[in-house]
Design a protein around this ligand. Structure first.
Ligand code: CTP
Length: 401
């Protein structure tokens, strides 16, 4: 089935050079099965003509609250009810600011205010405008109200600068939109999530750990609970609050992580292995503090069990087993190899060599593979990326039902 079959997408286009990419987006949304109604702001019409969008969407473009003929055909409140989703792409800094204030000073902002459809925004602006605390605060307000912020991406900008602020590519936006699911998409499902690092003790005061913050796994657990799932979170040592409605089991070492995960496995619909579990542990934990004596010492390390692999081959294997892969090169090939090798249903790969994304930060970007498909999620906040990933898991489980 097409990814957006049956969806009625109200596509808001605001004033920015990325408006030209929104023309291709209309085609991609329609290819994915959606009906598309375009609404343009006055600024957008300075970049692209409504006629372009009319030809591509097959519907007259709406541009004004005060257009008698258009209002007679479908009033703005009716249009707000018609939409099953609103996507604003590009979302300019000005539009983001107006939405954050709850303004209704043109047709697009009025529709966003008057609609109960989930709102997704694809910001596009100069990198300094994006990084400005005013814009970041506005984005946070919208996020807190439940809007999905898709991107922005990083790269060359039309203004000649390089940085964060590029609108995501049309196909990335279609994937992200398809992956966003309404609350309740996971109701009745049981999900087991592992998160955070593990600490392997060397002696009573020292350990081997890693830089995982646990934020991605916690975001998955929290968003899954918000989508109606019954969630158990096995957490390594992290200083993060337990998301609402989530049952948490705290562990420290890889061995404890394994025991907790396998102990909670029965009856789960999915296992999401977001934890950065140590691959090696010290062969022995010294009972007393290791004293400094020799000029160098060697650590004797032994392999730990691969929890993900054990889950995927366990008699109580959940219907969906998702692993993560942190890679610094050949992301697609290595992730796909892990998918088959570990007998997984889905693998979410992140390129940990990209600055600001992945391990310790609040943002992430993932490339997700099943045996037959590839999706890209983000770059975006870990909550948004988590919601996207859970949409893919929800679809996978629905298809299995
Ligand atoms: N994982 C696990 N148990 C381990 C190590 C890793 O369950 N002892 C899981 C992680 O939770 C993650 C996945 O394996 O879902 C991928 O971890 P990654 O380090 O990227 O890959 P590895 O398979 O460990 O391979 P390599 O380190 O060689 O890339």
């Amino acid at each position: 089935m097409a990814a957006l079959a049956g969806e009625r997408v109200l596509l808001g286009v605001s004033g920015g050079i990325a408006a030209y990419k929104a023309a291709d987006l209309v085609r991609r949304l329609r290819d994915a099965g959606a009906e598309v109604q375009v609404v343009m702001t006055a600024g957008a019409q300075r970049f692209v003509t409504p006629l372009t969008f009319q030809a591509l969407s097959g519907r007259p473009v709406r541009t004004s609250l005060w257009d008698d003929a258009a209002e007679a055909a479908m009033g703005h409140i009716e249009l707000a009810r018609w939409a099953t989703r609103i996507l604003v792409a590009p979302a300019s800094a000005d539009l983001v600011a107006r939405l954050a204030q709850g303004r209704a000073d043109d047709l697009l902002t009025t529709l966003c205010l008057a609609s109960e459809a989930p709102l997704a925004l694809a910001p596009a602006m100069n990198r300094v405008m994006w990084a400005n605390p005013a814009t970041q605060a506005n984005v946070q307000v919208l996020r807190d109200r439940g809007a999905a912020i898709l991107g922005p991406g990083r790269g060359d900008q039309a203004c000649g600068e390089v940085g964060d602020g590029r609108m995501l590519e049309p196909l990335q936006l279609v994937d992200a939109l398809a992956a966003l699911r309404a609350p309740g998409a996971l109701s009745g499902r049981r999900l087991l999530v592992s998160a955070g690092p593990t600490y392997e003790d060397l002696d009573p005061v020292r350990y081997l750990g890693n830089r995982s913050s646990g934020k991605m796994g916690f975001a998955l657990a929290g968003e899954a609970a918000a989508m109606g799932a019954d969630v158990t979170l096995v957490a390594g040592p992290v200083a993060l609050a337990t998301p609402d409605g989530v049952t948490r089991i705290d562990v420290r070492s890889a061995a404890q992580m394994r025991e907790a995960v396998l102990g909670a496995l029965a009856g789960q619909d999915a296992y999401l292995g977001a934890a950065a579990i140590a691959d090696y542990r010290p062969a022995q934990r010294q009972p007393g503090k290791i004293k400094k004596q020799a000029s160098s010492i060697a650590l004797d390390l032994v392999r730990t069990a691969d929890v993900l692999r054990e889950v995927a081959t366990h008699p109580a294997r959940p219907a969906c087993v998702l692993g993560f892969a942190a890679e610094t090169q050949d992301l697609d090939a290595l992730a796909q190899a892990k998918l088959t090798d570990k007998n997984l249903d889905l693998i979410a790969a992140n390129d940990v060599s990209r600055p600001g994304l992945g391990f310790e930060g609040d943002r992430n970007a993932l490339t997700v593979f099943s045996a037959s498909r590839r999706w890209t999620l983000g770059p975006g906040g870990k909550d948004e990326v988590a919601r996207g990933l859970l949409g893919i898991v929800a679809d996978f489980l629905d298809a299995r039902r």
